[in-house]
Design a protein around this ligand. Structure first.
Ligand SMILES: Nc1ncnc2c1ncn2[C@@H]1O[C@H](COP(=O)(O)OP(=O)(O)OP(=O)(O)O)[C@@H](O)[C@H]1O
Length: 200
């Protein structure tokens, strides 16, 4: 058996990797493992947002903090792969992330929700799509609560949205891979195997 790849190495298929799934399912946990086990190989897409930075958030690291005017200007130029409004603030993934990653010889990872996935698909960008599903809705709720980052109202909203995400994920051909994140290490192996499989 070949040893697991643990060193920096670009996968054979370097297309952008789009990771979606309900809030709290473990997307961040999984791709952060991928980043940690393959240092210097991947880059997480940094979104633009019109909201102000929270404590500890750095411009260019967590988000690019931009004015509503410059956000709108980029929308008008067709400069976003996807964008949306949440809680009165705008968020979006600029198209430039794809070229920037390529220039750095890295694979860009996009962590986006269902509406974003639909928009990226419309742009025609050639990408790979992975959906992370929870073992059950009950377990998803446990994780969201266990993370301790959300207020009750936010948990309810995220669970309601999870239903729509799971339904959309059933559409044939939308995702290249669906991973049920039950046992973390098992789910991780599935992700790593997919990411490192030979380009078709
Ligand atoms: N396989 C797993 N088994 C048990 N707990 C897990 C598993 N994967 C992740 N978790 C836990 O679930 C919680 C949510 O994980 P995480 O923050 O990675 O989710 P997410 O999908 O990135 O959420 P969001 O979209 O809101 O950012 C965390 O507390 C994490 O430690």
């Amino acid at each position: 058996m070949a040893p697991a790849a643990t060193t920096s190495s670009l996968p054979p298929d370097t297309r952008p990797l789009i990771i979606s799934g309900p809030s709290g399912v473990g997307k961040g946990t999984l791709y952060n493992l991928l980043f940690a086990r393959h240092p210097g190989t991947f880059v997480l897409s940094v979104s633009h947002t019109t909201r102000g930075p929270r404590q500890g958030e750095q411009d260019g690291v967590h988000y690019r903090f931009v004015t509503p005017e410059s956000f709108e200007a980029l929308v008008q130029k067709g400069g976003f792969l996807e964008h949306a409004t949440f809680g009165g603030n705008r968020y979006g993934t600029p198209k430039s992330v794809v070229d920037e990653a390529r220039a750095q010889d890295k694979v860009v990872v996009l962590d986006i929700e269902m509406e974003g996935v639909k928009q990226v698909k419309k742009t025609g960008v050639d990408a790979r799509y992975v959906f992370i599903a929870p073992p059950s809705v009950e377990e998803l709720e446990r994780r969201l609560r266990g993370r301790g980052t959300e207020k009750e109202e936010s948990i309810r909203k995220r669970l309601a949205q999870a239903g729509a995400e799971l339904e959309y994920a059933k559409t044939p051909g939308v995702h290249d891979l669906v991973i049920v994140n039950d046992d973390l290490e098992r789910a991780y192996k599935q992700l790593e195997e997919f990411v490192y499989k030979p380009a078709q």
